[in-house]
Design a protein around this ligand. Structure first.
Ligand SMILES: Cc1ncc(COP(=O)(O)O)c(C=O)c1O
Length: 383
C-alpha cells in the first residue's frame, strides 16, 4: 500500500484535487499545513492513486451519479461487483449497499425490530442507530457501556416477562468517541442464549480490526446483521449491511432506506472496491496500526496523561472541562496538529476530550510532536 503524507483540509497532496488546487492558485485563502489527527481515514486510502483512478474511470463509464434507486434504473455493474466481493471477503451470504452508514443503520434496525419488539442497546451507540430505534417504534432499554453482565440481567428479565417477544441487541465493535470495544463473541453467546438478534455496527472496525481487517464480528455466525461504512478505513463513501440470504431478501423487500433512495454514486462504489483490494493486498496494515496505537498510548501515559481507553486507533484523551479541552485543541492547531475537541452533548458532561485518530501513513516523529505540543496534562484530568 503506497503511503501518503496525511493532509489537512487546506493542504492537498499535489494533483489530488485539481479543482481545489486551481481555486487556491486563483487566490482562495490557503490554510496552514496541519497534520491530520482527526479524520477516520485510518489507512490513508482516500487519496490513494488506485482509488482515485477507480473513481475517475467509473465516473467516465458508469456516470457520476446513478440517477435512480437500485430497484428502478440506478444499478450499475460496480454495485454488484462490490456487493459480491464484500460478501466473499466477510464470509456472509448477502451484502447490500447504501449511500451512507446512517441510512444502513436505519434500515438494519427497522428490519430487525418493530413496535412489538424490545431493543437493548449499549448506552453509547451511534446516533443513527438511536434514530433507527425511534423509527421502529420498539420498546427501548440501554445497558451500561460494554457491560455484558448488565445486558444479561436485562435479557433474562425480558425473557421472563415475555417468552415470545422479539428481542434485538445493538452494539458497535469500536466506539468512535470512547476508543473501546465490547467482547463481541460474548455478546453473540448471550444473544443466542436468550433468543435475541444481534446487530453490530462495525463502522470503525472494518478494514482495521479483526482477521485481515474483516471486523470483530468476523466468523461469528450468530450475528443477524453487520453494518459497515466506506467513509472511514475504505477511503471512499457509502456503506453496506451484511447478513444471511433471508435477512438480505427481507431488507431488499422492505427497507425504505434501501428502496427509496438514489443508489450509491458509481465513483464511490468503485473507489470502495479499490479500497477493499488494497486492504486485501496488505492484510497486516491493521495490525501495524494497532501496534502504533499501543506505542502512542504508552507514550502519552509516560508523559503523565491518563492512558486513553481501548486498544484501537481511536485515542480519547479525556480532559474533562469543555473550555480547557478547546484550549488544548487550539494549542495543538497552532503547533500544526489537527484534532477534534469533543464536548457535550456528543459525550457526557464533564468528559470533554481530544479525540486523536491514528493513521497508517502518519510521518515518523508525530507522537513526539504531539506530546511536545500538548504540554503538561491539566492538574486534575478525568480518567
Ligand atoms: C459508529 C458509526 N456508525 C455509523 C456512522 C455513519 O456512517 P456514515 O458516515 O457512512 O453515514 C458513523 C459515522 O460517523 C459512525 O461513527
Amino acid at each position: 500500500m503506497r503511503s501518503f503524507q496525511p493532509c489537512s483540509p487546506g493542504t492537498l497532496a499535489p494533483g489530488l484535487n485539481a479543482g481545489l488546487e486551481a481555486g487556491l492558485e486563483a487566490g482562495l485563502p490557503r490554510g496552514p499545513e496541519l497534520l491530520d489527527l482527526a479524520s477516520n481515514d485510518y489507512l490513508g486510502l482516500s487519496g490513494h492513486p488506485a482509488l482515485v483512478a477507480a473513481a475517475q474511470s467509473a465516473a467516465a463509464s458508469q456516470g457520476v451519479g446513478a440517477g435512480a434507486s437500485r430497484l428502478v434504473s440506478g444499478s450499475r455493474p460496480v454495485h454488484g461487483a462490490l456487493e459480491e466481493a464484500l460478501a466473499h471477503w466477510l464470509g456472509r451470504q448477502r451484502v447490500l449497499l447504501f449511500p451512507s452508514g446512517f441510512q444502513a443503520n436505519l434500515a438494519a434496525v427497522s428490519a430487525l425490530a418493530d413496535r412489538h419488539s424490545l431493543v437493548l442497546a449499549d448506552r453509547l451507540i451511534h446516533h443513527s442507530l438511536l434514530v433507527g430505534v425511534r423509527a421502529s417504534g420498539a420498546q427501548f432499554k440501554r445497558f451500561r457501556h460494554n457491560d455484558l453482565g448488565h445486558l444479561e440481567l436485562l435479557l433474562a428479565a425480558a425473557r421472563q416477562a415475555n417468552r415470545q417477544q422479539r428481542l434485538l441487541v445493538i452494539s458497535e465493535s469500536l466506539f468512535s468517541m470512547e476508543g473501546t470495544s465490547p467482547d463481541v463473541a460474548g455478546l453473540e453467546t448471550l444473544c443466542q442464549r436468550h433468543g435475541a438478534a444481534l446487530l453490530l455496527d462495525e463502522a470503525h472496525a472494518v478494514g482495521v480490526l479483526g482477521p485481515g481487517g474483516r471486523g470483530l464480528g468476523h466468523g461469528l455466525e450468530g450475528l443477524a446483521l453487520i453494518s459497515g461504512t466506506f467513509g472511514k478505513a475504505f477511503g471512499s463513501g457509502g456503506a453496506f449491511l451484511a447478513g444471511d440470504a433471508l435477512v438480505g431478501d427481507w431488507l431488499l423487500q422492505s427497507a425504505g432506506a434501501f428502496r427509496y433512495t438514489t443508489a450509491l454514486a458509481p465513483p464511490l462504489a468503485a473507489a470502495a472496491l479499490a479500497g477493499l483490494e488494497q486492504i486485501q493486498a496488505e492484510p497486516n496494515t491493521g495490525l501495524a496500526l494497532l501496534d502504533r496505537a499501543r506505542r502512542w498510548r504508552d507514550g502519552l501515559e509516560a508523559a503523565g496523561w491518563p492512558r486513553p481507553a481501548g486498544t484501537g486507533p481511536i485515542l480519547p484523551l479525556v480532559i474533562g472541562d469543555d473550555g480547557t479541552t478547546l484550549e488544548r485543541q487550539q494549542q495543538l492547531e497552532a503547533a500544526g496538529l489537527l484534532t477534534a475537541a469533543i464536548r457535550p452533548p456528543t459525550v457526557p458532561q464533564g468528559t470533554a476530550r481530544l479525540r486523536l485518530v491514528l493513521r497508517h501513513d502518519l510521518p515518523a516523529g508525530s507522537l513526539k510532536r504531539l506530546i511536545h505540543a500538548l504540554g503538561p496534562p491539566p492538574q486534575q484530568p478525568c480518567s
